[in-house]
Design a protein. Structure first.
Length: 358
């Protein structure tokens, strides 16, 4: 036995000896709209009200240069109603994306129920619809998984298109989450810590199958604008995401939770941002009351720093590797940080967006 036999991977926190320029990007170079945040429950039964103070969370984001945030609600019903109450004082700061209540899916009044829900949204001030991954990865109707291209769901895409509301879709998790969490899995540490994130045991769910459904959704609902969250669900294959972006003009992507993926492929990322600069939306997946990573995002997007941690607190979370900055040009940065968001949310009406942040 050598000394390595007793060493644990979880204790491995190497400190890089690389000496290259390192910048602190405390503020972004222009106003930022974070198109992917959560001010509500993370788990259905979470008492999230205790997690944060609305006023403080808003002040903290502003301090980081975020002038507005899209608040994506993942749970309908009581968590959604409670969230609206909780964020009432900062309504001016948030663009609310409403969740769909799927409880009548599979029953004959589903379509009517959806139209009723949209009627309710008309009375609220919402900016878009959020579809969370529980639809495709967890929910079962009549013992079968629900697929994005299921014709029963068409009514949702139609109603959203009729109102000009974008639909943010979280369709899948990283491909590694569909594989066995063994020593060859690049996300093994997270999957061992969070076994419910692993879908390898469910033969009815495959990453490829989810991607086929996602493509059909874009193809069959051309009038609906979709923001496919987490870089089109496939940040580790930007070539494929790029092909979809070219084929489907109704497809936008947000960058939420993709810092580690984008940062490990700086050349590929830089050309992707350059090429698709009009349909990429900055988003982080920030949860109010939890830590945030704006400075690391700004460092990635705005500097040429090399080999820095994407998650200093927890180096295995998001992948045990370091990242590289891509230093985007001013014009691309402005589009990604706020101009594309302003366009997709049709901002510009008085009081919604002053163009300069505040
Ligand atoms: Zn999210």
């Amino acid at each position: 036995m050598n000394n390595l036999d007793g060493a644990l991977l979880k204790d491995y926190r190497p400190v890089s000896e690389l000496v290259t320029p390192a910048h602190r990007a405390a503020k972004p170079s222009c106003p930022v709209i974070d198109m992917h945040t959560h001010f509500g429950a993370k788990y259905r039964n979470e008492f999230f009200e205790k997690r944060y103070s609305a006023k403080t969370a808003c002040a903290q984001l502003r301090q980081k240069g975020v002038c507005r945030a899209a608040d994506l609600s993942i749970f309908s019903g009581s968590p959604y109603d409670r969230k609206k109450k909780k964020t009432k004082r900062i309504d001016h700061f948030l663009y609310r994306f409403a969740p769909i209540d799927f409880s009548s899916l599979g029953k004959k009044d589903f379509e009517q129920d959806i139209r009723r829900q949209f009627g309710q949204f008309d009375r609220e001030q919402i900016f878009g619809i959020k579809i969370w991954k529980n639809l495709t990865l967890q929910m079962q109707v009549g013992g079968a998984h629900v697929f994005l291209a299921d014709p029963r769901l068409s009514v949702i895409w139609e109603e959203a298109a009729a109102r000009g509301w974008p639909v943010t879709v979280h369709a899948a998790d990283p491909p590694a989450f569909f594989k066995e969490p063994d020593g060859s899995n690049e996300r093994m540490e997270e999957l061992l810590a969070m076994p419910k994130w692993c879908y390898a045991q469910d033969p009815a769910l495959s990453f490829q199958g989810l991607m086929e459904q996602q493509e059909r959704l874009l193809q069959e609902n051309k009038k609906t604008v979709f923001i496919i969250a987490h870089m089109g669900s496939w940040p580790s294959n930007l070539r494929q995401v790029g092909r979809w972006m070219e084929q489907y003009p109704n497809m936008y992507v947000d960058t939420a939770a993709c810092l580690s993926e984008l940062g490990r492929q700086p050349y590929t990322s830089a050309s992707f941002f350059e090429k698709h600069q009009d349909r990429i939306l900055f988003g982080t997946d920030y949860f109010a009351g939890e830590g945030q990573c704006y400075e690391i995002w700004y460092r990635f997007l705005e500097t040429k720093d090399e080999y820095f941690p994407h998650n200093p607190q927890n180096p295995s979370w998001g992948g045990r590797w370091n990242i590289y900055g891509i230093q985007l040009g001013k014009e691309v940065l402005e589009k990604v940080y706020y101009k594309n968001a302003a366009k997709i949310l049709k901002l510009g009406r008085k009081g919604e967006w002053d163009g300069a942040g505040d």
